[in-house]
Design a binder for this molecule. Structure first.
Ligand code: IFM
Length: 397
């Protein structure tokens, strides 16, 4: 029997991108520099050229019946040299926001999505004790000018991923390996930076809604002979990676942004690892039930929740439609049980520059030909469009 799952009134349906991954030629950022120096395996170059083609991109989002769009403002464009702020770049983002709104897309603006200006990185980046001040100054400049143009603000995207990759595995700038002191310093400056940004945004626009986009993948014990002993360890790890940061910014957030992609298993023998029946091109397990568990676990914060990212690297597009439907079904179940979820942003609108994996990982509802920059919606874009159009899901029950 078919059943219709209706999402709440006013639910936001969107896609998400970030500046460095789609805009192209982000030449003043630390990532760009690392790419030129060969410290990361791929170069972003002109990426999707969305810096110039954003209207075409928004037409695609509108054709998908989206009513929201999450994107990031690039700090390195706004302040390419310390203290030298670029009014014309603000004007650019003003046009971006206007173009989104003209197409009925509510802008969700991220202020920091992995990349920072080179001058900031050279000073020591997030480990510099003045990092919160520098970030606040940039945010102040942006919100003085755009504070009334957008209502929803994400200060920092996935702080913990940045910290772990930047100071643990050393695969992201600033490429520090096992630098736990640096990781700790950067963690606390990010917390301070978020709090300052929260205040600055609210001083400018009391109606604004501010949060972080937190990476919360679902961690579970692998089972096996040590299962019972692994459970308490998983419990602690879950708290540390999923909720500790949110507790630190408890009184400085109006919503929780969740970036959820996959399940990760934990065992004493193998540490954290992936296995499963369906894996994405990235090797990530497709595990829709994780969405339900993650959202339920956040109910204790009593804050609205937005799924600020959820998606799959799937070049053939043979799993993406089912991925979307099944994750939304789990999300709906959590909503039915009282979770206050207000929106869902699919990652991503377009294939784009997937950091250390370059252009090989295809996360787009829309395929991009990186030779011609032609955009071609994949079949899964139709699936998503129909869900967004009706704000509902048809399922067989
Ligand atoms: O592409 C990234 C994005 O920048 C941050 N969240 C995860 C995505 C997929 O890896």
């Amino acid at each position: 029997m078919a059943r219709t799952l209706l999402f709440p009134q006013g639910f936001f349906w969107g896609t998400a991108t970030s500046a460095h991954q789609v805009e192209g030629n982000n030449i003043y950022s630390d990532w760009w520099k690392a790419e030129q120096e060969g410290k990361v395996p791929h170069k972003s170059q002109r990426a999707c050229d969305s810096y110039n083609r954003y209207e075409e991109d928004f037409d695609l989002a509108k054709a998908m019946h989206n009513n929201a769009y999450r994107f990031s403002i690039e700090w390195a464009r706004i302040e390419p040299q310390e203290g030298k702020f670029q009014e014309e770049e603000i004007e650019h983002y003003r046009r971006v926001i206007r173009a989104a709104k003209e197409r009925g897309l509510e802008p969700f603006v991220t202020l920091h999505h992995y990349t920072v200006p080179q001058w900031f990185a050279e000073k020591g980046g997030w480990t510099h004790k003045k990092a919160p001040e520098y970030f606040e100054r940039y945010v102040q400049f942006v919100v003085e000018r755009l504070g009334n143009d957008a209502r929803y603000w994400v200060t920092i995207n996935e702080p913990l991923i940045l910290l772990v990759k930047g100071y643990g595995s050393g695969s992201f700038p600033p490429f520090k390996r096992n630098n736990f002191l640096g990781m700790l310093q950067a963690t606390f400056t990010m917390i301070k930076a978020h709090k300052r940004a929260y205040k600055v945004i609210h001083d400018r626009n009391p109606e604004a809604k501010v949060g972080v986009a937190h990476a919360i993948n679902y961690l579970e014990s692998s089972g096996g002979i040590f299962h019972v002993l692994q459970i308490p360890v998983v419990f602690v790890l879950r708290y540390v990676k999923d909720q500790w940061f949110l507790d630190q910014i408890k009184n400085s957030q109006d919503f929780i942004g969740v970036n959820h992609y996959r399940r990760i298993k934990f065992s004493f023998r193998r540490g954290s690892f992936t296995e499963g029946d369906i894996l994405s091109d990235f090797g990530w397990e497709v595990y829709p039930r994780g969405m339900y568990h993650v959202v339920k676990s956040l109910q204790r914060f009593k804050l609205p929740i937005f799924i600020t990212e959820n998606g799959i690297a799937n070049a053939k597009d043979d799993h993406r439609s089912a991925f979307i439907v099944e994750h939304l079904q789990e999300l709906h179940k959590a909503i039915e049980e009282g979770a206050d979820v207000r929106g869902y942003f699919h990652w991503s609108l377009l294939d784009n520059f997937e950091w250390a994996e370059g252009f090989h990982m295809k996360f787009g509802l829309v395929e991009v030909d990186f030779e011609t920059l032609e955009r071609r919606p994949r079949p899964s874009a139709n699936t998503y469009a129909e869900i967004c159009r009706t704000s509902s899901l048809e399922i067989d029950s």
